[in-house]
Design a protein around this ligand. Structure first.
Ligand code: ATP
Ligand code: MG
Length: 356
């Protein structure tokens, strides 16, 4: 089993760390996604793995082969690492046909022409572009160009595929098809893939594991079920699943991971603490919009709120309520009349985190 590992990898620009002490192991054949908002360090991490950028400190290895080691001044250039790469700007050679763009990595590797032809045909077939082999990039749509870039990245069967927002140029519907299609290709080739996106749906749909990043750091690493179903950090909860976050105060009366918190207006709510042990004082309460009920629920805490504006979103409504100076979003089949009312929240749906 050849594992790709990053140990204490940091990339500084002046005083600012674009990525800060990243530790990560990627298993052979795994589909791992780096997920986080713009500027959180996703591309920097990918460039460090590809060898397109040199981190300030740390170590990157594939099995026992060191690709980068700051302490021993080891740095393999990208061509020595030999990974398949599709970056945010997936530059194709404009003066070469689709066929010749895809042929380039094989020519660089001095593959004989007859073998080359077979491989290119396979790769173009895989991305559904066999009929476009003699076109030039300028004669293709943005999505088709992205697929050529992907064919070029996989044609030489690299041990690792690095993809930086490779579906960004597709419209919503095509993007959903491309997700399934890309995941199928990855499974078929059994190729270790590191995928970068800021789209939570894409990450949940495609990944074996997701790395949630913020400010150059890893906030949580887990399966889609883990990061969505059991966020360990309020940032994971709000970024994946759009949870409401409310500042609350801790109360005495903790049992197991159950806890009682007080809203700013003094209302009491029962929740649970999935992260580290709570300190007393200021905490953050996280509740997903679809876990808030406008009708009584057994075992749930009742909270008095003010119902406000609703938006129609096709298959449901999203309505705002205010409570203790905070605004919460909830999803409902039918909106509630504006004005005073109640909502109900179960303890298992009210996650309480220490407010760092
Ligand atoms: N050459 C550079 N010089 C200075 N700062 C840089 C440089 N490259 C990146 N950064 C900074 O490092 C941080 C991480 O950048 P990075 O490109 O990795 O973000 P990202 O997560 O890929 O964002 P996006 O989703 O917008 O592509 C950003 O704050 C960025 O401004
Ligand atoms: Mg980026």
């Amino acid at each position: 089993m050849t594992e790709l590992s990053l140990s204490q990898v940091t990339r500084r620009y002046g005083d600012v760390a674009a990525i800060d002490n990243i530790n990560l192991g990627v298993a052979e054949g795994e589909f791992l996604t780096l997920l986080g908002p713009s500027g959180c360090g996703k591309s920097t991490t990918l460039a460090a793995i590809a060898g397109l950028d040199r981190p300030t400190t740390g170590r990157i290895a594939l099995g026992d082969r060191e690709l980068f080691n700051a302490d021993e001044a080891i740095f393999l250039p990208p061509e020595a690492r030999g990974f398949g790469v599709v970056f945010q700007s997936y530059a194709l050679w404009p003066h070469l046909t689709v066929h010749n763009n895809v042929a380039m990595p094989l020519k660089l590797r001095r593959m004989p022409a007859d073998q080359r032809k077979k491989r290119i045909a396979e790769a173009l077939e895989l991305v559904g572009l066999s009929a476009f082999a003699s076109r030039y990039p300028g004669e293709l749509s943005g999505g088709q160009q992205q697929r050529v870039a992907l064919a070029r990245a996989i044609v030489f069967r690299p041990p690792i595929l690095l993809l930086d927002e490779p579906l960004s140029n597709l419209d919503a519907q095509l993007r959903q098809q491309a997700r399934v299609w890309l995941k199928d290709i990855q499974r078929e080739l059994g190729i270790t893939t590191i995928y970068v996106t800021h789209d939570q749906d894409e990450a949940l749909a495609m990944s074996d594991r997701i790395v949630v990043m913020r400010g150059g750091k890893i906030v949580q690493l887990g399966t889609p079920e883990q990061v969505y179903g059991a966020p360990l950090h309020p940032f994971s909860a709000s970024f994946i699943g759009n949870a409401n976050l409310v500042e609350v105060e801790g109360e005495q009366g903790v049992q197991g991971d159950g806890c009682i918190v007080k809203l700013a207006d003094g209302q009491i709510l029962r929740g649970h603490a999935p992260g580290d042990r709570l300190s007393s004082g200021q905490q953050l309460l996280s509740i997903r919009p679809h876990k808030i009920s406008s009708a009584p629920l057994a075992g749930a805490s009742e909270i008095k709120v003010e119902f406000g504006t609703e938006s129609y979103l096709g298959d449901h409504f999203e309505q705002q309520v205010t409570v203790a100076g905070s605004t919460l979003r909830l999803t409902l089949e039918t909106p509630v009349a504006h004005g005073p009312g109640s909502i109900w929240i179960k303890p298992e749906d009210a996650a309480v985190f220490s407010n760092e």
